[in-house]
Design a protein around this ligand. Sequence first.
Ligand code: B12
Length: 247
Amino acid sequence: MSIVRPYGDTTGDGMVQISFTLPVAADRKGEGAALQLATKMGVDPAMVVHAKAMGDGFTFFVVYGTVNHLVDTSKVVVAERDFPLLAAKEVNTLVKSKMRRKLVVVGACIGTDAHTVGIDAILNVKGIAGEKGLEYYRELRVVNMGAQVTVPELVETARHEKADAVLVSQVVTQRDAHLHNTREMSAAFREAMPADKRPLLVVGGPRFDEMMTGELGVDRIFGRGTTPREVASYLVDALITAKKKAA
Ligand code: B12
C-alpha cells in the first residue's frame, strides 16, 4: 500500500500535531490567530491543545487536527546509503593496505557556529550512540579545529595537513547561514586547489537536505543521527573503493 495518511487516534484518520510561535498575546484572540494559521495550512478542523506565553507578546502553540492530504510512499526520494557499512577493523585494514599511510581528516565548525557537540561526536574517541569516533581508528589521523573556524583558516590547515577529507559542521540555520557558509567553503577549496588535489568535502548537521550536494558544491552531506562508522565507511568508499573503480 503506497498511499498513507497520518495516524492520530484511529488508523488513517489524518490527525497531525503541529507547533509554532506567533507574535501574539496568550489570550482568546491569540488562540484564534493560531487556528486561522492552522486552517490555512490545511489542518481543518483544528484545535489548540496547548498555548504558553513566551515573554512579552509571543505565544507558543500546539495545534491538533485533521489534514486531508495523502502521502504516496512510492514517490518518496531520499539520499540512500550507497556504500557498505564497515567495522573499524575493516576501515583500518583497507586504509593501511591501499593507501599505505594514514588517512587524514580535518574537521571544524565554520563561520560563527559554536555548536561543536555534533562534529565532536563524529571525531572524538568518545563518539556517539555506542560507537567510537574517528580518532579511535588507528589508520585515521584527525585534526579537530573546533568552533568558529574561518574558511581561510580551514583551507590553510587542510593544505598544511595534506587532508584527504575535510569535515565541516553547521548546526545554526538562521538566515540559511549553514547554506551560505557551506557554499563559501566549497568555493574557497575550488579556488585554492585544482580538482585532483582537493580534499573530499563533507558537511553535516541536523537541518541539511542530504540531496543538496551538487548545489552546495560538496561531495557528501550527513544529517541528524549520523554515526562515526557511517562517516568512516563513506571515507573509505569515496577515497579508496571508488578511486580504484575509476582507475
Ligand atoms: C547544545 C546547544 C548549544 C550549546 C552548544 C555547545 C557546544 N559546544 O556545541 C550553546 C549553549 C553554546 C548554544 C548556543 C547557541 N545556540 Co544552540 N543549541 C544547542 C542544542 C540544545 C543541542 C545541539 C546539540 O548538541 N545536539 C547534539 C548533537 C550530537 O547533534 P547534532 O549537532 O545534530 O550532530 C549530529 C548530526 O547532525 C551529525 N553532524 C553534525 N555535524 C556534523 C558534521 C559532519 C562532518 C558529519 C559527518 C556529521 C555531522 O552528526 C552528529 C551526531 O549524530 C540545540 C537544540 C537541539 N535540541 O538540537 C540548540 C540550537 C542548535 N541552538 C540554537 C541557537 C539559536 C543558539 C544560539 C544562537 C542561542 C543564542 N541566542 O545565543 C547560540 C549560538 C552560539 C553560536 N555562536 O553558535 C538553535 C538553532 C536554531 C536555528 N534555526 O539555527 C537550536 C536548534 C535551539 C532552538 N531550537 O532554537 N547552543
